[in-house]
Design a protein. Structure first.
Ligand code: KIV
Ligand code: ZN
Length: 379
């Protein structure tokens, strides 16, 4: 009941963001990394989008050992057929089909009446079920869809054979409580809801993608769609590493389990950055260069006494060797002495004080103090 399925869409929604496209070999390398990380479902691409996407999904389907491979398609037979063909070699395959359900999207994007949308949902899901027992249906712009219509659309998709129902916050508009309410509402009102797993899929336009995803899980969803480093359309998708580490770190309040080997998180993040050239901001949670780094004297002193004073997770738990005590103008004597000892210099009190004063002067002038700078100071 409390196992959360991690559905990774780095290779699909992530790749859709400007500057993040990956070539065939890069996609295969990233898919292998995701499999090693332990994700349950890899959304490998949108097979109808281009021959290249089709080929990548097909090769990923052939080579990935453990994860289920998913392909995205619109509610069109051609899309679904193409996804089915690309996914055919997979040991375990999922067809993921979607259609917009919000009044805004139905009117301006689809130019379809609600009744026609319901028909298209039933037809597309039933068609997808001819190729696999594992069909996911997504209500695009679900977080801006009217409750009554969302219930009818979800009921229709499940009746046609969908076993995962995803309610995306496509435009990153939701707030945690409102997003959670939708899941509770669906569980209460949709008669066949027990035949499907509910899924969250949140974008980060208001910086709430992870908070909304966790709220959805607490309200009964058991699949979370996310990307490594939070890459994705516009401001990105919910970051997998943040969700997984929140669950691990706050397990009493988020009583779920995942299959992710968290010690591979740093490697996965760095692999993606190296492939896309998209670097991670230094203060990014979990995988930013500063996530386990400390410069201020007060924090460094606490860290040297007991790391739990300023760290809620161990660096080892995400695959880092150790925290970094970075020397800068805010650093204190304790960290300075420790760093010199690590560099092989144990100074007496007077020499240490003297070196520390020279270090502070240098740190006022220079942003980054290197090991060479320190060695020069004490030489
Ligand atoms: O954000 C979204 O609505 C999507 C769907 C296609 C699942 O990515
Ligand atoms: Zn999305």
């Amino acid at each position: 009941m409390d196992r959360v399925i991690i559905f990774d869409t780095t290779l699909r929604d992530g790749e859709q963001s400007p500057g993040c496209s990956m070539n065939h070999e890069e996609k295969l390398r990233m898919a292998a990394m995701l499999d090693e990380l332990g994700v349950d479902v890899i959304e490998a691409g949108f097979p109808i989008a281009s021959p290249g996407d089709f080929h990548s999904v097909q090769e990923i389907a052939k080579t990935v050992k453990n994860a289920t491979i998913a392909g995205l398609c619109r509610a069109k037979k051609g899309d679904i057929q193409s996804a089915a063909d690309a996914l055919a070699p997979a040991k375990s395959r999922r067809i993921h089909t979607f259609l917009s359900t919000s009044p805004l999207h139905m009117k301006h994007k689809l130019n379809m009446e609600p009744g026609a949308v319901l028909e298209a949902i039933a037809e597309s899901v039933a068609f997808a079920r001819q190729f696999t027992d594992d069909v996911e249906w997504s209500a695009e712009d679900g977080s801006r869809t009217e409750d009554d219509f969302l219930c009818r659309a979800v009921e229709t998709a499940i009746a046609a054979g969908a076993n995962t129902i995803n309610i995306p916050d496509t435009v990153g508009y939701a707030l945690p409580e409102d997003y959670a309410r939708r899941f509770r509402m669906l569980k209460e009102r949709v008669p066949n809801i027990d035949k499907a797993i509910l899924s969250v899929h949140c974008h980060n336009d208001l910086g709430l993608a992870v908070a909304n995803s966790l709220a959805g899980l607490l309200a009964g969803a058991r699949q979370v769609e996310c990307t490594i480093n939070g890459i994705g359309e516009r401001a990105g998708n919910a970051a997998m590493e943040e969700i997984v580490m929140a669950i691990r770190t706050r397990n009493a309040d988020l009583p779920f389990t995942t299959n992710i080997d968290t010690t591979k998180i740093t490697k996965a993040s760095q692999t993606l950055s190296a492939i896309t050239g998209f670097t991670v901001q230094p203060n990014k949670a979990i995988v930013g260069a500063n996530a386990f780094a400390h410069e201020s004297g007060i924090h460094q002193d606490g860290m040297l006494k007991n790391a739990q004073t300023y760290e809620i997770m161990t660096p080892e738990s995400v695959g880092l060797e150790r925290s970094a005590l970075v020397l800068g103008k805010h650093s204190g004597r304790h960290a300075f002495r420790k760093k010199l000892e690590d560099l092989g210099h144990t100074l007496g009190e007077n020499a240490l004080e003297d070196a520390f004063l020279r270090f502070k002067k240098l740190a006022d002038e220079k942003k980054n103090i290197s090991d060479d700078d320190l060695l020069r100071l004490v030489s």
